[in-house]
Design a protein around this ligand. Structure first.
Ligand code: B12
Length: 224
């Protein structure tokens, strides 16, 4: 098994590091933390660690959950394992420009606790030179409105991972427009589609963190 495959397997299994007690079968063995560090030390491209190990692992976890092979606690261990890898990668994604391209206000909409994807989008945007105001998870529409009022030129980014919380994106956009705010909005998250973005009149959509950077630049009229 290659190093990237090992990292992926550890995220799928929810094995954070050698000191972790979960899962029992992996106790004492190197986990996501040690293996990701090893990959970094070996000068593996961090984008590759993300795209070939960490992100696909979460897709597998999602499928296993859907098939009732694992349940919420296991999904949570995988999320923690993923975060331990992301922490190590973060400094590399942030070593961007000193130039501030613009500001992005971002959050996961009300009712939704998923933040791994949003955090990754934040890291990439920050690395590309955007200033980030991260409102966190479970963010009520009013909080988006208050932040947008403070920064009428900022982009507003929203994340949703649940089909039931996607509709809250629409509420935020309506609240912004009812208050005559013109902040451009871009959205993302696994169940979000370009069609949905169009339907709720979001100006932008991106399916991953790299595209989120491109989309933020497009919305701010910044050439690549
Ligand atoms: C990890 C996880 C959890 C963790 C979250 C931990 C955390 N801190 O985030 C925990 C265990 C807490 C959890 C809980 C639940 N989860 Co969950 N979870 C997942 C899982 C496995 C992975 C999500 C993830 O991190 N993916 C990796 C990241 C990198 O990808 P991403 O989030 O899609 O983000 C990328 C893009 O979408 C985009 N993007 C994301 N946000 C934004 C924002 C902007 C502005 C832009 C431009 C782009 C963008 O860029 C990101 C980076 O590339 C998914 C399965 C899946 N395949 O998505 C299920 C999943 C989302 N969960 C699901 C469910 C059902 C739940 C629960 C309801 C389970 C329960 N019964 O309690 C709860 C809900 C809690 C709540 N109220 O939010 C379902 C949702 C089904 C649906 N259609 O609604 C899924 C799809 C699993 C499944 N296959 O059934 N979950």
């Amino acid at each position: 098994m290659s190093l990237l495959e090992k990292i992926k397997e550890c995220v799928v299994q929810g094995h954070i590091d050698a000191g972790s007690k979960f899962p029992k079968t992996m106790q004492g063995k190197a986990g996501v933390r040690e293996l990701t560090q090893k990959a970094i030390d070996e000068k593996t491209d961090v984008e590759e660690i993300l795209s070939k190990a960490l992100i696909p692992a979460m897709t597998i976890v999602g499928k296993r959950y859907e098939n009732n092979e694992i349940f919420v606690p296991e999904m949570l261990f995988s999320a923690r394992a993923m975060k331990s890898g992301l922490e190590l990668i973060r400094p590399f994604l942030l070593k961007g420009s000193d130039l501030i391209l613009g500001k992005v206000i971002i959050g996961t909409v009300q009712g939704d606790m998923h933040d791994i994807g949003k955090n990754l989008v934040c890291m990439m945007l920050e690395g590309a030179g955007f200033e980030i105001e991260d409102l966190g998870i479970n963010v009520p529409a009013q909080k988006f409105l208050d932040a947008a009022k403070q920064d009428p030129d900022a982009l507003v980014g929203m994340s949703a991972l649940l089909t039931v919380t996607m509709k809250n994106m629409k509420n935020v956009i309506e609240l912004l427009r009812d208050n005559d705010l013109k902040n451009k909005v871009f959205i993302g998250g696994a169940p979000v589609t370009p069609g949905f973005a169009e339907e709720i009149r979001a100006e932008g959509y991106a399916k991953n963190a790299n595209q989120a950077v491109r989309e933020a630049k497009r919305l701010m009229d910044i050439s690549a």
